[in-house]
Structures are given as structure tokens and as C-alpha cells.
Design a protein around this ligand. Structure first.
Ligand code: G16
Length: 542
């Protein structure tokens, strides 16, 4: 039986950089998840009888919301739901399933790299038929609907069996529980030279992946250990747990420090990688070399043709504005298009669909390509292994040679987390207020050349997205960028992105923070970070 339940709106269901993210107790409020899911359905048209993909990263509250979403999809008139066994689908795997089976769209439950647990984070995101995050036009419509919603519809039926692959029926709608790994593993095998990577591993290159107790465990185990022959145990923290085993599943130098230290130790593995809660981020570490996500994008683009799936070359590269310009040098050399978008993977969708860009990346540990419409952690890992196998070189050698050829973009991001929201907004407003007067200002040896608030004009659908981050460009090509995170769940997070281009290989061995010290100080002078936030140092430096 389908029932209609009366409800009242919540005022805070505005999707951020990547869907709606809140603490579990917020989502657990009566009707909260239902309101948002119904607002999604109410913002879509033409899905009657079509398929919807549902899956999540297995975090706390995943199963509860999956049951609600399936029952509500049946009530809304979908013809079929495809759901990962156990409610599991990594974000890139969900994107692949949507595309492969030509679903109408998908609901992905995740708060990405944010911690999980009864008092931690949860999230709901809607992806469209191309497999990518809904564009702003749709997320704005969802938010508008959430402010006026008065009722939702749901099938009143027992819970769906999620733990066995097979088909069931809910109020006339088919529910197919699928193997979450099989389609994804097949896709990876079609893109990369598995034989060469197998030879690399059997030849003695030791590879480890830290899945951080999150969703990539089953994917990495199937691909790295079963298909590529890495010894059992090469995938660490491989079982997805509702609280990620207490890990903060954010693959960076702070939260994946154990892996980093292991790879850096003399007897440790040659190559290490980590992924995040929902499997779309990646961190790449080789012996003696941490690869910044911005460099990773540039190096993957420069070497793309070694992988069979990209043997014909790439059409263009896209990066988010705060990501370093390392990839721009590669695009220039290859004579292909380079696109600079706002932060958020959703902005890449149009460029990928139009065939203008083939690979994309973000400084926030995200890299991917047109094989799906999400960033893809394991894809990046396999790309690196394929490059190492083809070039027969270590990560450190590949990176150093790349810098020697293209120059090095020293790069770092300083995050000030859980800052008072008013203070953070005040800081950004003050920066906006002085944009016109900044050019010409001298700070130590630095001179401001230009300053603006980044606005993106989408070359495909011509939509405009404004206020996407303050850029301060200095003479000589260095820059600092300021923006507020759109994924945090408490207070505000100020992100400061710092970059300096160094063409001379003789200067490529400097410690990053040292190489950027004058710019870091200038950022504080310009934005009055210490004075306005009361913080003397960032919470996280990546
Ligand atoms: C999301 C988005 C990314 C973005 C990142 C950080 O990643 O998909 O495009 O770069 O958040 O965003 P912000 O700086 O606004 O916090 P994920 O992995 O959290 O889905």
C-alpha cells in the first residue's frame, strides 16, 4: 500500500558542494530524510517506469535511508531500483551503473571523507542520467521544493532484503540487488593494461592501498589482490564499517599518515594509495615522494596514452580553479583545451559530455575522466600503476622528470576548520570589498597584479556561477585563493590555496611550506586571518 504522509518543511536542506550533508542526528529527525528525497523526486520530470540506482558508502544510517529511498521510489512511480548488495556502491561505481544500465538517475548516500557514526556525518546526493552530480539548476530546484513541501509518499511494506543478489518487487516496482563490484572491476579492466600491472607487481613492486575502513575495500581487494595478483593483505582496512573503524576516511597527509610513514620507511612498500569514505578521492605516495593532487592530474594527462583506454589521446583537461596550474602546462604542450571550473565535480559534467575534456581533477584529492561522471579514487591508483609499469620508473622519478620538463607548481592548501560562521563570512566580505584596490599593493617582495571573485561561464549550457572564490594573483605567476568550503557540517571552513610556479629544476627540491612562506604570510596580511578568526595556524595543511 502506498501512503501519503503529511510533513512540514525544514529550512536547512540546501545542497552544498556535493549534496546535502548533515550530522546523523539531523538526518534522523522525523521526516528529515523523507522530505529531502521527496523534494528530489518532485524536482524531476519524466521518470515514471524508469530505473533509479541507489547505493551508499556503508556509513552509519546508510541502511535505514536506503530502505526509505526504495519505498519512496516505488511510491513515486519508478519502474525499477538497482541497489548495491548490502546497500553498498562507491560513488564512481554508482556513476558507472547509472551510465551502463541507462538509468534515469541515482541517489548516492555519503558524506564522502567526513567521519561516520551515530553523531558524525551523513549525506544524500542526486546524480542525473549521465552518471554525474546534479547541476545547480536541479539542486536549486530541490532546495526550493524542500522549503514548501507538505507531504511525501512511501510504500508501506516490510524492509527489502539487501544482503542477497536477486530481484524482488515493491508495490509493482522491481528491486534488483546487484553485485556492487563486478561492473566497476570490468570497466577498470577495459581501461588499463592489467597484464603490465600484474608484471610490475610480480616483478617485486610492492603496492598497498589503505581503504580506511570505507567503501573501496571490496573494490580494491577484487582488483588489486584477485585480478592483479598483489599478495593478500595489500589492501588495508578493507572491510567497510559504519564508523570506518574510527578512521577519518580522508586520504591526505594528516589522516593517512600511517600509510605515508610506511611508504617512506626504508623497508616499506614502493607505492601507497588511500581512498576516502565513498571511494572517489585518492592519495598517491611513492617512496620519497608525495604526489600533490594537482601534480597527479598533470602527470596522468601527460602520460595518458600509456593506458589502453586513452591510447588515442585526450581531448582536453579540466581542473577546478583552486587546483594548481600544473595541468595547464601539459595542455599547452599537447595543444589541447584547458578548462577552469568552480570547485565541485558537477561542473565537469558538461565538458565531459560534450567531449571537450577527457581528464579532470581537483586539488581536493580528486581525479577522474570521461569513463564515469564522478571522480574516481581507484581509477587514479590504477592509472599510476599503469604509468609506472609502462615507463618502468618509480613515482619519484616520474614526478621529478615531469617537473624538469614543465616546471614545478609548489602548492599547498591551508584549512581553518570549524571557524565561527560570522567571522568567516566577514573575512570573505572584507576581501570582496577590497578587490578593486588590491592591484599594485606591495607585501614584502610581492606585488599584487590582479584580484577577482571567480565567476564561471559554462561554455556548454552558458550558465553562470558567481562568487566561486577570491583570487589574488601576484606578479610572476604566484597566487593565493580564498574560499569557504561547501562540504563542512559544523561552523565554517576557510580554505586558503597557495601556489608558486618555479621553472628552474635547480630550485625544485625545496620544502613546500618553505617555498611558499612569503605567500602564506601575504595571505594572512591580505585576509587578516589571524585577527578575524582568532586562529594562529591552520587546522589541516595539505
Ligand atoms: C566534494 C566535491 C569536490 C570538492 C570537494 C571539496 O568532494 O565533489 O568537487 O572539491 O567536495 O569541496 P569544498 O572545498 O567545498 O569542501 P567530496 O569528495 O567531498 O564529494
Amino acid at each position: 500500500m502506498i501512503v501519503t504522509v503529511e510533513t512540514t518543511p525544514f529550512g536547512d536542506q540546501k545542497p552544498g558542494t556535493s549534496g546535502l550533508r548533515k550530522k546523523v542526528p539531523v538526518f534522523a529527525q522525523k521526516n528529515y530524510a523523507e522530505n529531502f528525497i521527496q523534494s528530489i523526486f518532485d524536482s524531476l520530470e519524466g521518470f515514471s517506469g524508469k530505473s533509479l540506482v541507489i547505493g551508499g558508502d556503508g556509513r552509519y544510517y546508510n541502511r535505514e535511508v536506503i530502505q526509505k529511498a526504495i519505498k519512496m521510489a516505488a511510491a513515486a512511480g519508478f519502474g525499477k531500483v538497482m541497489v548495491g548488495k548490502g546497500g553498498i556502491l562507491s560513488t564512481p561505481a554508482a556513476s558507472n551503473v547509472i551510465r551502463k544500465y541507462e538509468a534515469f538517475g541515482g541517489i548516492v548516500l555519503s558524506a564522502s571523507h567526513n567521519p561516520g557514526g551515530p553523531n558524525e556525518d551523513f549525506g544524500i546526493k542526486y546524480n542525473i542520467g549521465n552518471g554525474g552530480p546534479a547541476p545547480e539548476k536541479i539542486t536549486n530546484a530541490i532546495f526550493a521544493r524542500s522549503k514548501t513541501i507538505t507531504e511525501y509518499k512511501i510504500a508501506d511494506c516490510p524492509d527489502i532484503e539487501l544482503d542477497a543478489v536477486g530481484t524482488q518487487t515493491v508495490e509493482g516496482m522491481t528491486v534488483e540487488v546487484i553485485d556492487p563490484v563486478a561492473d566497476y572491476a570490468e570497466l577498470m579492466e577495459s581501461l588499463f593494461d592489467f597484464a603490465a600491472i600484474r608484471a610490475l607487481i610480480s616483478g617485486g613492486t610492492r603496492v598497498v592501498i589503505d581503504s580506511m575502513g570505507a567503501v573501496t575495500g571490496p573494490y580494491a581487494t577484487e582488483i588489486l589482490e584477485r585480478r592483479l595478483g598483489a599478495p593478500s593483505g595489500s589492501v588495508r582496512n578493507a572491510v567497510p564499517l559504519p564508523d570506518f573503524g574510527g578512521h577519518h576516511p580522508d586520504p591526505n597527509l594528516v589522516h593517512a599518515k600511517e600509510l605515508y610513514d610506511d611508504v617512506m620507511s626504508p623497508d616499506g612498500p614502493h607505492f601507497g594509495a588511500a581512498s576516502d569514505g565513498d571511494g572517489d578521492r585518492n592519495m598517491i605516495v611513492g617512496k620519497g615522494m608525495f604526489v600533490t593532487p594537482s601534480d597527479s592530474l598533470a602527470i596522468i594527462a601527460a602520460n595518458a596514452t600509456v593506458a589502453p583506454g586513452y591510447a588515442r589521446g585526450i581531448a582536453g583537461i579540466a581542473r577546478s580553479m583552486p587546483t594548481s596550474a600544473a595541468a595547464d602546462k601539459v595542455a599547452e604542450k599537447l595543444g589541447i583545451g584547458m578548462y577552469e571550473t568552480p570547485t565541485g565535480w558537477k561542473f565537469f559534467g558538461n565538458l565531459l559530455d560534450a567531449g571537450m575534456a577527457t581528464v579532470c581533477g581537483e586539488e581536493s584529492f580528486g581525479t577522474g575522466s570521461d569513463h564515469v561522471r564522478e571522480k574516481d579514487g581507484l581509477w587514479a591508483v590504477l592509472f599510476w600503476l599503469n604509468i609506472m609499469a609502462a615507463r618502468k620508473e618509480s613515482v619519484a622519478d616520474i614526478v621529478r622528470k615531469h617537473w624538469a620538463e614543465y616546471g614545478r607548481n609548489y602548492y599547498s592548501r591551508h584549512d581553518y576548520e570549524e571557524v565561527d560562521t560570522d567571522a568567516a563570512n566577514g573575512l570573505m566580505a572584507a576581501l570582496r570589498g577590497k578587490l578593486a584596490t588590491l592591484p599594485g599593493t606591495k607585501i614584502g617582495a610581492l606585488t599584487v597584479e590582479a584580484a577577482d571573485d571567480f565567476a564561471y561561464h559554462d561554455p556548454v549550457d552558458h550558465s553562470v556561477s558567481e562568487n566561486q572564490g577570491i583570487r589574488v594573483l601576484f606578479e610572476g605567476g604566484s597566487r593565493v585563493v580564498f574560499r569557504l568550503s561547501g562540504t563542512g557540517t559544523s561552523g565554517a571552513t576557510l580554505r586558503v590555496y597557495v601556489e608558486r610556479y618555479e621553472p628552474d629544476p635547480a630550485n625544485h627540491g625545496i620544502d613546500t611550506q618553505e617555498a611558499l612562506a612569503d605567500l602564506i604570510a601575504a595571505a594572512d596580511t591580505i585576509a587578516e586571518i589571524g585577527k578575524r578568526t582568532g586562529r594562529s595556524a591552520p587546522t589541516v595543511i595539505t
